[in-house]
Design a protein. Structure first.
Length: 221
């Protein structure tokens, strides 16, 4: 799985800053959780949260891209990619459990898994040109995105504002749709441009979520 280069470099830089890598010459590189202040003054715990949240959402966008590409060509790996993409939703849900508890984490996971399952419908209908099916799937997808946004707002209303969360999720859908449509139309340049925008927006989403967690739980950071 190709990782976003910025995230990978950031993780490696963190490891070197906090002694998480083996000395030069060693072949086994291990990243460990830092336990001290980072170089820019924020706590190690906050830095770790921010990097981990970005990593999860980078995976989300990269795996979504893999699925779109596989589905567009009916590649044999399509179902395997879909399974890994669904696992990513489990990972994102688990990431909030230390803050909001298991029940909330499981609820977020369920909503995110639904987000992915509807996305597979959107791609399938778009591929065969089924406009009626695509319209229905898009409506379900939009409603699910609002459910995710409203859930986040309910968990952290002071720092994850409803309108901002809804706008964030709807923009995510738009950019993912742009990417899929370009791929299905063999618009390779447009496909890459849409992916770049989707990845940048996902990093902004990750930062919004991290900002809200740090603001709500300052004692943890």
């Amino acid at each position: 799985m190709k990782k976003h280069s910025v995230i990978t470099l950031a993780l490696l830089a963190t490891a070197f800053l906090f002694g998480g890598c083996q000395p030069a010459g060693e072949t086994d590189v291990t990243v460990t959780r830092p336990q001290q202040m980072s170089a820019n003054g924020i706590s190690a715990e906050e830095l770790w949260l921010r990097l981990a949240m970005r990593d999860l959402w980078a995976d989300h966008v990269w795996l979504t891209r893999d699925y779109i590409n596989s589905a567009a060509t009916d590649h044999p790996d399509k179902e395997t990619v879909a399974e890994r993409l669904l696992k990513n939703q489990d990972e994102i849900g688990s990431a909030v459990k230390p803050y909001f508890g298991d029940e909330a984490g499981d609820k977020l996971t369920a909503l995110l898994r639904e987000h992915i399952l509807i996305a597979t419908e959107v791609v399938a209908f778009a591929k065969v040109g089924n406009d009626a099916g695509l319209k229905t799937a898009n409506a379900k997808w939009s409603a699910n995105a609002n459910e995710i946004a409203d859930f986040l707002n309910g968990a952290n209303p002071d720092h994850w504002h409803k309108d901002e969360m809804r706008a964030m999720m709807q923009e995510h859908l738009k950019l993912t749709t742009d990417e899929a449509v370009a791929r299905l139309k063999s618009d390779w340049k447009g496909n890459i441009q849409a992916f770049d925008k989707a990845l940048d927006q996902a990093m902004a989403m990750a930062d919004m979520l991290s900002d809200g967690l740090v603001a709500k739980f300052p004692e943890k950071f």
